[in-house]
Design a protein around this ligand. Sequence first.
Ligand code: NI
Length: 464
Amino acid sequence: MFKWHKLYNLVIILVLLGTFVLVPHVVCAPSDTSDTETYQDFSIYPGLQLQTNTKTSEFYTLSVSHPYTEVTELNHHINEWIEYELGSFLTDVEASKGILEVSKNRAHLNISVDTNKLADDLYALEIRSAQSVGEENRLTRIKPLILDLKQKKILEITDVVKQEDEIIEPVKKAVIKDLHNNPKINDHINDDKIEEIMSQPENWNWAINSKSLLIYFDQYEVIDASAIKVEIPIYQFIKYLNKDVVERIDVEKEPEIFPMGVYPEREPLNPNGKYVALTFDDGPSPEVTPRILNILSEHNASATFFMLGGQVAYYPDLVKKVQEAGHEIGNHSMNHPDLSRLNDTDIKNEIQKTNDTIAKIVGYELRLFRPPYGAMNDNVKKITKELNSSIILWTVDSLDWKSLNAKKVNEEIMSHVHPNGIVLMHDIHPSTADALPQLLDSLEDQGYEMVTVSQILEQSKNKN
Ligand code: NI
């Protein structure tokens, strides 16, 4: 049954403030009668009710939305916060009566609630208090509370994480990074204060949902302008969370944007070795790419795949397979246009979008770009450089697209191949996959080892 014992404290505060006449209106409690069952039938949040009280008086207006449950201990937490906000507002009003009288601006308090159902009997409440007393004096505070109606408790951070001390640093870092990424507030952040607050998880104003971990700061706490809510994708912290919490609120395990890792570096090649880089363009293709991966793997050979973003969007699992097999991945644009005929914006889009699409899958930014048809101009070169990529062409053309014949592909390559060469092929023609077993045998017979483009570049650089 709903209990409002805490209200008596508030009544006392208000009486002391000389505002007792408002009390019945301001905090009029839901009647403690047998009607409780009826309330629950109407709320779309089983076990949770809301009552909004509004008040207009000579010096102020207020609207207080007050969530409540059947659990006394839970209501206690909610009441405590709302009472504090109400009390401090009324104190301010009392102290500012003179100003309010002159300015004819009534003070205003607005306490609102955002309710988010996380699971059955588990709700995240975001209670916001916005008050203005006098002009330009708007104060906002946010209280996040996670109500567990089943366990009849407010979730503490220790209920959610395995080891409190393990999560401090990663969350702190993520919060600081997020705040500084906001150009509007970047210059106004009190980093010491963040450091201080975030070092003590019991001081966190936090919430969680299936997508995010949320950290709240009141106005004036870390920046002056307003209260802030920092939303950090939750997948980054899954390893720190209790398993039952992860399951109960069905935490999103896949990142929306992959966290960027470092480009996979390889051991430098033997300066006296004989190497060649096989490259495959225009894929990934579901018919040919897996065949090529199998053949390369049988020969323990590495290669480089210059992928089209458009194909990647359809076959992301193939990108993963190429990555897992240890090959290098390069950018071959989204849609294979002749970039020398595009304007700067379109050139940039073609390259950047492909990089982003692939980076989300492999977890690192690409470094290699091969312009379709090898077509480029100064703009293409400039933009590629701005995007931190190197333009990679080829030194041996298999003409596999022309011959569509395994034997001819092999003849073409073997008659032109040279140490540190870069061989152009396409993993969209079955004939190219047909050519590969013989090609690898022939190259091995001549003492070649098949490596990636980056390895060849590094090798050439060291030789010069
Ligand atoms: Ni191409």
